[in-house]
Design a protein around this ligand. Structure first.
Ligand code: NAP
Length: 308
């Protein structure tokens, strides 16, 4: 669906101006992708500002429209929709600078796209009457390449912020053909921790599993191939039955003898993983106990094994 002036975006924003106009501050991976794929949906890229003029030129070239500005507040003045897509640590100071220089008005809706930070870091824009929010794509973005498929299509994007920013955010995400869900502003940090555990710590966990299999004599490549169906099957079980019911294995069966053998071998051959195995075992025992299938005796024996 293409968005045109006079549609629901104007209604949401409560004015008669052309509210599909937007500007990008920070022309990197996210900034350029956002500009390209929003403009394909009828949003109008009016202004770009970045650290280097080359990045601004590249963004304008890819988006096919818009003007470059050296001063971010001048770029922000051109458009009601402002996306600050700089590295995380620069979002707050850049927003403050734009606010001090009068770059925001009551019409402005200002977003950043960080997963780790909430819209509260845009409070300087809010003090100037702007609406503020954050929209976070749960996806890793590579630099934009001419003609590439939209990296937003079908992904999940969280939205938080004030009411107007959240409502407009849903329309933006919808236009990008992604799925939106909302979270409270105060929950942004735990939301981000969840993404880190789900993605980064899964990598750590699988690295641990691969090291164990390499100890059994397999090459790194073979080790992954051997484990892959088990990993995928487990993910599928979580999807179908939920995390607690997907649990199988010796801890879920209350088999302290097997777990004790694992620990003897790991302590001897891969002691760098001893604490990790015990910590994960402890948490896994909690999950197994919630299922109510292992008796108190087995629980006690397993808990004793998992003490550091
Ligand atoms: N990439 C991802 O996978 C991903 C995923 C989800 C969320 N995000 C979030 O998206 C935001 C942008 O990340 P990114 O990956 O797009 O970063 P990036 O590729 O490093 O781009 C950041 C851009 O900010 C520009 N910049 C640096 N200092 C600036 C300044 N003082 N004033 C104006 N512009 C400045 C840089 O400019 P020059 O090019 O001009 O030097 C760079 O192009 C971050 O909040 C990040 O957390 C990223």
């Amino acid at each position: 669906m293409r968005l045109r002036p006079g549609n629901f975006l104007q209604k949401i924003m409560n004015t008669n101006k052309t509210h599909t106009d937007f500007c990008i501050i920070g022309c990197g991976r996210l900034g350029i992708s956002l500009a390209v794929f929003l403009s394909k949906q009828g949003f109008i890229p009016k202004a770009f500002s970045s650290r280097s003029p080359e990045s601004v030129e590249r963004a304008i070239g890819f988006a096919g429209k818009g003007k470059g500005y050296k001063i971010p507040s001048e770029a922000a003045k051109t458009s009601p929709l402002v996306f600050i897509t700089t590295p995380d640590t620069l979002i707050e100071p850049i927003c403050e600078k734009i606010a001090t220089e009068g770059g925001f008005t009551h019409d402005s809706v200002v977003y950043h796209l960080s997963g780790a930070l909430s819209s509260s870091i845009l409070s300087s824009a809010k003090k100037n009457g702007a609406s503020t929010g954050s929209i976070h794509p749960l996806q890793a973005f590579a630099p934009y390449e001419e003609g590439q498929e939209s990296p937003f299509k079908g992904i999940n994007m969280s939205i938080e912020g004030d009411e107007r920013a959240v409502e407009l955010g849903k329309e933006i995400v919808n236009a990008l053909k992604a799925n939106s869900f909302t979270i409270p502003t105060h929950a942004k940090t735990v939301y981000h921790a969840s993404a880190v555990v789900a993605s980064n710590y899964l990598v750590t966990l699988e690295h641990f599993a691969l090291e164990l299999l390499k100890q059994a004599g397999l090459s790194e490549e073979n080790a992954y191939e051997v484990l892959e169906p088990l990993i995928m099957g487990t993910l599928n079980n979580i999807r179908q039955r939920g995390s607690i019911n997907a649990l199988t294995g010796p801890v879920a069966r209350g088999d302290d003898v097997i777990v004790s053998r694992h620990l003897t071998d790991i302590d001897e051959k891969l002691p760098q993983f001893s604490d990790l195995y015990r910590l994960l075992g402890r948490y896994t025992l909690d999950l197994a106990a919630q299922r109510g299938e292992i008796g108190p005796d087995a629980q006690q024996k397993l808990a004793a094994l998992f003490i550091f």
